[in-house]
Design a protein around this ligand. Structure first.
Ligand code: UDP
Ligand code: MG
Length: 341
């Protein structure tokens, strides 16, 4: 059969109660212990659950682990991307593939304690649409990362038009309503934390301590974090654009004052030719300001460009366990009447 990449995951229609979505990028060494810890928790919480791994273009044995887990328990399924698309998009694919009335998103590195899912479910049953884990401290992150996070969240609070709850991350339970709302947002630059806040719904946070990563190291390099931060701010705020209107107005005002001063001083004291330093400094300063503002506009234009291309959000290379689940569903249906010749 020819390889036909898919830009969506096959949909299984019959719903289940609980879906657990786990994005995994080169997490082969974590999946064994993760599955051993998660499956008993899921069994104790629901009779009708599914576990969906999204293999985000891993180059290690992540997919082999997922396939082996599916062999043991066919409620475990996997979607594998054709390349690395990033955690935010992996989460989007997981939500697309999920069919639970409640969907929990969790990291693969055991930083999010699976035992919390029970408390998520209890609060969901009490009528909350979104239950999120609220990290109380960031000791598990390095100093530089903490500083970066601090600066980013302050900048976001200043510029962002959507307030983010404190310490809320991706570890959360979403009711089907919230999942559908998130799935309706097709944007490519996905800043999930902002999207969660934007969709609203009755939400509640549970504080928890983030454990240390079980194996391996964080997949977010400083460069990637910086890019992610820019995505976050530009997709939730136009203040950086508007700021240049104010800066422009201020500079024009100052220039007018300076012009008045130059005219008056020329009238009073006559022409004063020296001024090379002032001229040079102001030319370079304003060239800098203009390039900076162009850069900010460029950031937005780049993102508009990415959005208008309307490429699919992700490309699926492989799926594990979807075809057979679909086939089961089809064979369970009433057979169609034979066509008359
Ligand atoms: N992840 C992913 N794609 C990526 C980067 C990360 O699916 O491009 C997954 C990763 O496997 C893990 C989760 O996202 O399950 C969180 O990643 P990580 O632990 O590296 O981030 P951190 O905990 O440092 O924020
Ligand atoms: Mg982690």
């Amino acid at each position: 059969m020819p390889f036909l990449p898919q830009s969506s995951v096959p949909q299984i229609e019959n719903p289940c109660e609980l879906s657990l979505v786990i994005p995994a990028f080169n997490e082969g060494s974590n999946l064994g212990p993760l599955i051993d810890r998660v499956v008993p928790v899921l069994n104790s919480l629901s009779k009708d659950w599914e576990l969906i791994f999204v293999d985000d273009g891993s180059s290690d044995d992540t997919l082999v682990w997922i396939a082996a887990a599916h062999q043991k328990d066919n409620r475990i399924r996997g979607v594998s991307f054709s390349r690395n698309f990033g955690k935010e998009i992996a989460i989007a694919a997981g939500l697309d593939a999920s069919r639970g009335d409640a969907v929990v998103i969790m990291d693969a590195d055991l930083q999010h304690p699976p035992e919390m899912i029970g408390r998520f479910m209890a609060l969901w049953r009490e009528g909350n649409d979104v239950v999120y884990g609220q990290r109380v401290d960031r000791q598990s992150d390095g100093l530089l990362r903490r500083l970066f996070t601090y600066v980013f969240y302050h900048a976001f609070a200043m510029f962002g038009e959507t307030p983010l709850p404190d310490g809320a991350g991706d570890f959360r339970l979403l009711d089907r309503k919230a999942v559908n709302a998130l799935r309706s947002m097709g944007e490519r630059a996905r800043f999930s934390k902002g999207l969660y806040a934007w969709i609203g719904f009755k939400s509640i946070g549970i504080p928890f301590d983030v454990a240390d990563r079980a194996q391996g190291s964080s997949k977010f390099s400083t460069r990637r974090l910086l890019h992610f931060a820019l995505d976050g701010i530009t997709s939730f705020s136009t203040v950086p654009l508007r700021l240049w209107t104010y800066i422009g107005a201020l500079i024009s005002g100052l220039a007018l004052l300076m012009a008045a001063w130059v005219v008056i001083s020329t009238l009073v004291y006559g022409t004063d030719v020296p001024g090379y330093a002032t001229l040079l400094v102001s030319i370079t300063f304003f060239a800098g300001v203009q390039l900076l503002s162009l850069g900010v506009i460029g950031e937005y234009i780049g993102r508009i460009f990415a959005e208008v291309k309307r490429r699919p959000l992700y490309i699926v290379g492989n799926t594990i366990g979807f075809d057979e689940a679909k086939a089961k569903k089809t064979s369970a249906r009433k057979p169609k009447a034979a066509t008359k010749i």
